[in-house]
Design a protein around this ligand. Structure first.
Ligand code: NCD
Ligand code: ZN
Length: 344
């Protein structure tokens, strides 16, 4: 049955645009749909000061459609210049700040290894009502890769929230039912949910004697019970969860069938369509707009967009690769059928 829906134009509150040719290739996939995107600051040289943030913003504006608004968090690190950080937050050069625990994911080696060393920055965020975006995984030799989110919540996030009760927090790419419950039960915290965490389980990544690198991301996808909890959180009675694709392209040669592969799933060529498909499967298509276009701006105190997009229910197949110059990236959902399509 053909069916069309119209929703307020979405925003993607978590996406990786990279730099150089990759940036030129991927930015339009997001700006074709979204009015605003949070452009994550884990570039090769991370965005740690206002100069870098301003020039990165310009690059993104140049590579995208008209009227597209990139929002750039500051990459937190204990050595940031405090006054530059304060100015960047006060003047909204930075869209809040992003906490990467060191070595938790791609380009996080400059991240934070001791939370107490960044308290002076969190104080400023709390004072200025500016958000802290968190990659919520605790990395340690004795912590299983599937338990990193839970340990982060119990050991680090609870501590941060106790010390800075008014700080507005986003737990990015929530991946477990434990994380869903934590966000639901606590104040001043919301969560983004990716399409892939609602479509894949660890069986899609960890094969008998290899991994599927195109399904490998951080946090890794988990169990069926987690997938169901995430779908429920996104689709029903939802005011605390919103769209953040974590679309994270890597050149094909960086993808290897073992854990040395770069983590990250490139979904922006079909992410809005996959969200529509998931909501439709859950009989919750009427709630798609709340998740994609309303909960995010409400959490961040931004205006809700005044433009709309249309989605049609019609079958199409995702192409296998996105290519530009000498870059090739494998698309998420490559060669698979998708039942919704943005109508231009
Ligand atoms: C992201 C990347 O490649 O930059 N990778 C990922 O697996 N999600 C970083 C991140 O958000 O963790
Ligand atoms: Zn990410």
């Amino acid at each position: 049955m053909n069916k069309n829906i119209e929703i307020i134009q979405p925003d993607d509150w978590h996406v990786h645009f990279r730099e150089g040719d990759m940036l030129e290739m991927v930015t339009n996939f997001s700006s074709r749909i979204n009015k605003r995107c949070v452009a994550m600051p884990n570039t090769e040289i991370p965005i740690t000061d206002t100069n870098k943030a301003s020039s990165y913003k310009e690059l993104l504006e140049r590579a995208s459609n008209n009227n597209f608004i990139p929002l750039i968090p500051c990459y937190l690190n204990e050595n940031l210049d405090l006054e530059d950080f304060r100015t960047g937050i006060q003047n909204k050069v930075f869209f809040g700040s992003k906490l990467y625990p060191s070595n938790a994911t791609t380009n996080s080696s400059h991240g934070v290894s001791d939370i107490s060393k960044i308290f002076k920055f969190l104080e400023i965020l709390e004072e200025e009502k500016s958000p802290l975006l968190i990659h919520g995984e605790k990395v340690a030799d004795n912590i299983d890769i599937f338990d990193r989110e839970k340990y982060f919540i119990d050991d680090e996030l609870s501590f941060i929230r106790k010390k800075f009760p008014l700080l507005k927090i986003t737990l990015e790419h929530v991946s477990t039912s434990y994380g869903v419950n934590y966000v639901k039960e606590n104040e001043n915290i919301a969560g983004t949910i990716t399409p892939h965490h609602m479509l894949l389980t660890k069986k899609d990544v960890f094969l008998d004697d290899a991994i599927n690198p195109h399904h490998f991301c951080m946090p890794v996808v988990k169990n069926e019970t987690d997938l169901i909890a995430l779908r429920n959180a996104a689709c029903y009675n939802n005011s605390k969860f919103f769209l953040g694709t974590d679309s994270a392209p890597h050149p094909i040669q960086e993808k290897k069938p073992d854990l040395s592969s770069k983590p990250g799933i490139f979904s922006s060529p079909c992410s809005i369509e996959l969200y529509a498909e998931i909501f439709d499967e859950e009989n919750a298509i009427d709630n798609l707009e709340i998740f994609c276009s309303i909960n995010g701006p409400k959490h961040y105190n931004y205006p809700i967009n005044d433009t709309k997009i249309k989605l049609e229910k019609k079958e199409w197949f995702m192409s296998e690769f996105s290519s530009y110059k000498d870059i090739q990236v494998k698309n998420f959902y490559a060669n698979k059928k998708i039942n919704w399509k943005v109508a231009y």
